[in-house]
Design a protein around this ligand. Structure first.
Ligand code: ITT
Length: 200
């Protein structure tokens, strides 16, 4: 029987990235919706790692399945690390992805290029009874800068303003596969490949 892997996220952008990246492994990848889990988990941690572990443990307990959770976000140097762990909620509940992007652009409006450095960070937590010590985490980072205007239609969240200096494109101008090859989430998942392969 193929082993189930629950990708425990409500973010549809993350769901498509994980489905694509995990397609090479022999798991039956399922989402929260597939298992009928509507549990809301409060992200009370102050670091990406704490929140990834909180989510993975809670959804593993609720599902009884091998569970992968992601906590990620945008860290902007000129904003003292904001939006950081608050990336999904930056500016309050009333804003959508586009509103949060606008808030970042407004706060950085007068900053020159060299003061616009930023990074995307993702921490993945894998929880399950047959995972070594019950829990393995992996972090991935991609360095970039916040551009002055939105460029590109792909991806989600802050992708339209996250400029990859080496590629001279935003992450929203990359195809899915191109983003996976350079992204924080791709790097974090590659860090778990050996652990995942040992489980199938
Ligand atoms: P789950 O907790 O259900 O996984 P979430 O969107 O609330 O979904 P996070 O708390 O980890 O997840 O917040 C991550 C936010 O960081 C996300 O909503 C985006 O705004 C931003 N973000 C993370 N990775 C990103 C990426 O690859 N591209 C653009 N924005 C990203």
């Amino acid at each position: 029987m193929i082993k189930k892997l629950l990708v425990a996220t409500r973010n549809s952008g993350k769901v498509s990235e994980f489905s694509r990246m995990l397609s090479g492994l022999s798991f039956d990848v399922v989402g929260l919706h597939d298992l009928g889990i509507d549990l809301e988990v409060e992200e009370t941690g102050s670091t990406f790692e704490e929140n990834a572990v909180i989510k993975a443990r809670a959804y593993a307990e609720a599902s009884g399945e091998l569970t992968l959770a992601d906590d990620s976000g945008l860290v902007v140097d000129a904003l003292n690390g904001e939006p950081g762990v608050l990336s999904a909620r930056y500016g309050g509940e009333g804003l959508d992805d586009d509103g949060r992007v606008q808030l970042v652009l407004d706060k950085m409006e007068h900053l020159p290029g060299w003061e616009r450095t930023a990074r995307f960070v993702a921490v993945l937590a894998l929880v399950g009874s047959d995972v070594p010590n019950g829990l393995v985490t992996s972090e991935g980072v991609v360095e970039g800068a916040i551009c002055h205007e939105r460029l590109g239609e792909n991806g989600f969240g802050y992708d339209p303003v996250f400029w990859l200096v080496g590629l001279t494109k935003t992450t929203a101008q990359l195809s899915g596969e191109e983003k996976d090859a350079v992204s924080h989430r791709g790097a974090a998942l590659r860090g778990l490949t050996e652990t995942l392969e040992a489980l199938v």
